[in-house]
Design a protein around this ligand. Structure first.
Ligand SMILES: C[S@@+](CC[C@H](N)C(=O)[O-])C[C@H]1O[C@@H](n2cnc3c(N)ncnc32)[C@H](O)[C@@H]1O
Length: 240
């Protein structure tokens, strides 16, 4: 083996297609492919090594490295938090004086230091539950919410945009001035109405595909920073 190859292996450089999984009786081809991809995915291995609950943890770390959405001592809401990779990254970055609150329809194992709520974000009482757990204005509202793919691109797009729009409506209510908003969207970017609201309410808006997001996935994230603060109440002259 050449020195160069030895060097790259010792750095843990990922090698594609290392593990091959045979199709087994009773296992669907799609499950076999999923298993093969998991076994060969360097982020899955790194997540396991570092004790992250999901490979998704790296996406938030990469978003934060670039856009600095998680402040030390800050309050963070994580929508669609299960199994908890983003929660772990958020906790580490806000530190012990910060507060991290997550919600998911799926039950989550507790994460020390975070408040995890079980429930549908669209439930009537969800915003109030989240606000109570936060105990004040949020510095970041994150949404990695995603519904299972229908396999129909148009339907998936509509569903994910509905989640992002609901997350933004909540963010506009709870964010503190200069706060940040991150939401998963699909390639092709955000819808015009969502982008217009973001550009009006935040100083900076960008789309970002974290390096750890799978190349064959259409997902990317819209990242808005510098929340301008709740709109001033309309005076009588505004209505004229
Ligand atoms: C991609 S996973 C999130 C992974 C997470 N960021 C992590 O790091 O572990 C998307 C999550 O969104 C959740 N979700 C989808 N729709 C939701 C809703 N209406 N309310 C709450 N959670 C929702 C799903 O249950 C799923 O756990």
């Amino acid at each position: 083996m050449s020195a160069d190859r030895r060097k790259s292996r010792s750095r843990g450089a990922p090698r594609a297609g290392k593990v091959r999984v045979r199709t087994a009786k009773g296992r669907k081809l799609s499950s076999t492919r999923w298993l093969e991809r998991q076994l060969n995915d360097p982020y899955v291995a790194a997540a396991k090594r570092l004790g992250y609950r999901s490979r998704a943890a790296f996406k938030l770390a990469e978003i934060d490295d670039k856009f600095h959405v998680l402040r030390r001592g800050g309050r963070v809401v994580d929508l669609g938090a299960a199994p908890g990779g983003w929660i772990q990254v958020a906790l580490a970055r806000v530190g012990p004086s910060g507060r991290v609150v997550g919600i998911d329809v799926q039950a989550m194992e507790p994460v020390a230091g975070a408040t995890l709520l079980e429930g549908d974000f669209f439930a009537d009482d969800a915003p109030a539950r989240l606000r109570k757990a936060l105990g004040g204005k949020a510095d970041a509202v994150l949404s990695d919410m995603a519904a299972p793919s229908t396999g129909h691109a148009g339907t998936d797009h509509l569903r994910i945009m509905a989640l992002a729009e609901a997350a933004l409506a909540f963010a506009l209510e709870v964010l503190a001035p200069d706060g940040a908003f991150v939401a998963k969207v699909l390639q092709g970017g955000s819808e015009r109405s969502l982008l217009e609201t973001l550009r009006r309410e935040f100083a900076r808006v960008a789309h970002f595909k974290p390096p750890s997001s799978r190349k064959d996935s259409a997902e990317l994230y819209v990242v808005a920073t510098g929340f301008q603060g709740a709109a001033a109440p309309r005076g009588p002259t505004d209505r004229e």
